[in-house]
Design a protein around this ligand. Structure first.
Ligand code: SF4
Length: 313
């Protein structure tokens, strides 16, 4: 039996009943693919349900205010995904009704949809033979074929996609199932540590397993040490449950989110009283902050964590 058929049959047996698999449509498949980027299924599920309850159709999403979209997304991180989803919904509904992309080429034109997501959507929705290469798939086939590439760069992913495409030509291979099977295998069986090779449908094909070298693949990229930035923020309450917050109107990752005002030390002042000496540090902020209900506006992750730790959320 070909590896593709082994994968598809294994997937039919073990696939998790994800809601978008039970009733697939362009809207739910697209939404789930965007939400699942950088995130696990269990983390995504409550957000997916909440998002769909608030915006049940792409038309409802297109008509929404961006602040409402960000608020429902709050906590899931990578907020550019929510902004792009909203922007794309407007484009898809620009003629009043939804016009969905067809095929990976058109999907790749949609804001926030990269080559991986385009392939996943085209294979599931249109049956296109477009292999997906995400981190899970790269891990599985780096091990199966003992590939020395480092897969966080696009050329290595394209090379793997080219190698996977002929597998999809096997008779009886359903492209959408093949792609989902590879991702499911990486998520459930061929995990980063301690892969469960005994349960793997590709165990007879896997070179890393044969040589006992599973932990050596995929090859790791050398990580650059991240620079450290320090900041001081202030929490000011008004007694009515509102907090001094400022909306990030600049471009970039946090655009549209509300944050605590960041302050800088301005002056140190010493004053001697009869019974004590006061050492006062004054902080200064240039900000358009206003008192706002932190439950009503979309908060950046760091602000949400601070307010939760302060008992204000
Ligand atoms: S045999 Fe083991 S290492 Fe190879 S693909 Fe399967 S789970 Fe991964």
């Amino acid at each position: 039996m070909t590896p593709a058929l082994k994968l598809c049959r294994w997937f039919a047996r073990v696939k998790r009943p994800m809601p978008w698999r039970l009733a697939p449509s362009p809207y739910v498949c697209w939404l789930s693919e965007i939400m699942m980027q950088q995130t696990t299924y269990s983390a995504v599920l409550p957000y997916y349900e909440r998002f769909l309850a608030r915006f049940p159709t792409v038309e409802a999403l297109a008509a929404a205010d961006e602040q409402d979209v960000l608020k429902v997304w709050e906590g899931l991180g990578y907020y550019a995904r929510a902004r792009n989803l909203h922007k794309a919904a407007k484009a898809i509904c620009s003629e009043g009704v939804a016009h969905w992309p067809k095929g990976s080429g058109e999907w790749a034109e949609v804001p926030g949809v990269g080559p991986y997501t385009a392939a996943a959507l085209a294979s599931v929705l249109d049956g296109e033979r477009a292999p997906v290469v995400d981190g899970n798939v790269a891990r599985v086939f780096a091990r199966v074929w003992k590939m020395d590439d480092v897969f966080h760069k696009l050329p290595a992913r394209q090379k793997l996609a080219a190698r996977l495409r002929p597998l999809m030509d096997a008779r009886g291979c359903v492209p959408g199932d093949f792609n989902q099977a590879m991702m499911e295998l990486g998520a459930l069986v061929c995990t980063p540590t301690n892969p469960m090779c005994g349960e793997c449908p590709l165990k007879a094909d896997c070179a890393a397993r044969r040589d006992g070298e599973q932990s050596a693949y995929p090859r790791k990229a050398v990580r650059r040490e991240l620079p450290v930035r320090k900041a001081t923020a202030v929490v000011v309450e008004d007694g009515a449950g509102r907090v001094l917050l400022v909306e990030n109107r600049a471009g970039g990752l946090l655009k549209g989110l509300w944050e605590l005002p960041v302050v800088e030390p301005a002056v140190e002042q010493v004053q001697v009283f009869s019974h004590f000496r006061l050492e006062l540090t004054a902080l200064r902020a240039k900000t358009g902050a206003v008192f706002a209900d932190p439950r009503a506006v979309p908060l950046s992750t760091s602000t949400r964590k601070v307010l939760t730790a302060c008992g204000l959320l």
